[in-house]
Unconditional design. Sequence first.
Length: 185
Amino acid sequence: MKTTIIIGHPYPKSFNYAILEKVKNKTNATIINLVEDNFNPAMLSDDLAGFSRGQYADPLVEKYQDILKMTEKLIIITPIWWYGLPALYKEFLDKVMLKGFAYKEEKGRLIGELTNIKETLIITTSEAPKWYIKYFAGNPMRVLSKRVFKDIGLKKVRWIHQGNITKTTQDKRIKFLDYVETKLV
């Protein structure tokens, strides 16, 4: 199964990178590192000009779309900032998941085209615990997985989370990394 990992945390010594190393060591994944690729999250006028027709100006979009066309398992490693995805990830969705690639429109509704991706695992970290994000902060991962990902054809979406990241002990971090490993199969 071809696995692709998306990461975009700006600090390479973050716990997100420890998660990346664990996942990398257990899979033979292709890595999309938005920071290392210098992905520009800004939707500029050239990008927007062709957006409604599924066209793009950023050459990285074609690279990412080619990778995603071959992906069967998608793993997204991201922090949660202000109860949602950081801008870099949000704009990845806006710029890459275009009409004609990720979805088509039929009778006013979206039909997902990325049906080759059979499984998606979202691994998040934040200062807030999962229960707070889920029940008091609008549950952004539910919106992402049940609406956005559904609209682009992704199925079997799972979410795992390490909260209280700034106060978590090394022992708890190791246990979380071991837990992540169990979710890779």
